[in-house]
Design a protein around this ligand. Structure first.
Ligand code: NDP
Length: 337
């Protein structure tokens, strides 16, 4: 069983030395357990948080523990009622390894004939659920309103924008570079998409949002939020989902301190800004999300793009790249056939 462990905690951006590949015997399932063989594993921005021991919503990974991830897996052996060898499942507690033991918690059965099982890690899994619930429950988008979302071509942002289009909104994406922006407009159907690497982002965003912003789905923070702030409309909604621009930061950004400005804006414009952690806030809604999203994907109403990496040993570089925007689409790692 090949495993990738957290070897040391990163300072700033993670580096390959923060990870270690080891090999050990394949574990045997005890009573009430099953053995899973991982096929596709997911890389997600939250993993950067788990590598750090700063206070967060989840416990940090201990040094020399297996890096966490969700995976699509086959059941190999089962002492757990209801699961048989050959069942296809999505396990949210798999880890960066070939095999894991599971007692069935945070495991969801998949249709073994589903056309693209890796989609259970993205549009039909945790990230898709995040975009869907954050937009609809906190964002409350109404037809004709303007919705802005960054990381627009990733699994969360692409769902936010496409669902907002289905709800009749004007959608402005923000992404890194011209290829991603062209994809967001031409393939995903966004009304506009702006490159956050350009210094002109504040003016570009103002031009793309002539009626201001009604919903800003926050994936990024940093310069993107600075550009969004002055455009937020009275009674606008800001689902706070992620702050990827600051995950590798080692200190606060240079001043002046803009917190008083933000607080004044929230009050004077009566803005609703609410953070959420998907399974913590919305776990019981997972089946209704799947019931609505599965046909949207099958009918092509919600389009999907994956960034595929081959081999467990390439996962560290995949996570390092994800945090820098080197991915184009949902990052999945193929570790078995
Ligand atoms: P993505 O696959 O979209 O990957 C992250 C992307 O962030 C990169 O590809 C890059 O895209 C963008 N990015 C990186 N640095 C910056 C920066 N400085 N400014 C703006 N954008 C940047 O990730 P996900 O779709 O999986 O996740 C999107 C966000 O949602 C993350 O912040 C994540 O932490 C959050 N999240 C929150 C959850 C919750 O429960 N609250 C659950 C799941 C995700 P580009 O090149 O386009 O800039």
């Amino acid at each position: 069983n090949r495993q990738i462990l957290l070897a040391s905690r990163p300072v700033g951006a993670p580096v390959p030395e923060n990870f270690r590949l080891v090999e050990s015997a394949v574990p045997s399932p005890g009573p009430g357990q099953m053995l899973l063989r991982h096929i596709w594993m997911s890389l997600d921005p939250y993993m950067r948080g788990r590598m750090s021991d700063a206070k967060s919503y989840a416990e940090p990974v201990a040094i020399n523990d297996v890096m966490p991830c969700g995976a699509v897996a086959w059941v190999v052996e089962s002492n757990l009622e209801g699961y048989q060898p050959g069942d296809l499942v999505m396990s949210y507690t798999a880890g960066w390894q070939d095999y894991s033991l599971s007692d069935g918690s945070m495991v969801f059965r998949l249709d073994p004939n589903m056309p693209h099982p890796s989609q259970a890690l993205g549009v039909l899994g945790m990230p898709g659920f995040t975009g869907y619930m954050g937009l609809l429950d906190i964002g409350q988008p109404k037809p004709g309103e303007t919705v802005v979302v960054a990381a627009a071509t990733g699994p969360v942002g692409s769902v936010v924008g496409q669902v907002a289009k289905l709800k009749g909104c004007r959608v402005v994406g923000i992404a890194g570079g011209p290829d991603k922006c062209a994809y967001a407009v031409d393939e995903l159907g966004f009304d506009a998409c702006l490159d956050h690497r350009l210094d002109s982002l504040p003016e570009d965003l103002a031009n793309a949002c002539p009626d201001g912003i009604d919903v800003y789905f926050e994936n990024a923070g940093g310069k993107v939020f600075d550009a969004v702030m002055p455009l937020l409309n009275p009674h606008s909604r800001v689902p706070v989902c992620g702050l990827i621009a600051q995950y590798n930061a080692t200190e606060l950004p240079p001043g002046p301190d803009r917190l008083p400005q933000l607080m004044r804006l929230l009050l004077s414009q009566r803005i609703r800004m609410q953070a959420f952690i998907i399974f913590d806030n919305y776990g019981p809604h997972y089946p209704e999300f799947l019931a609505e999203m599965t046909p949207w994907v099958a009918e092509g109403k919600v389009k999907v793009r994956e960034h595929r990496i081959e081999g467990l040993e390439n996962a560290p570089q995949g996570l390092i790249g994800l945090l820098e925007g080197q991915n184009f689409g949902k990052v999945v790692v193929k570790i078995a056939d």
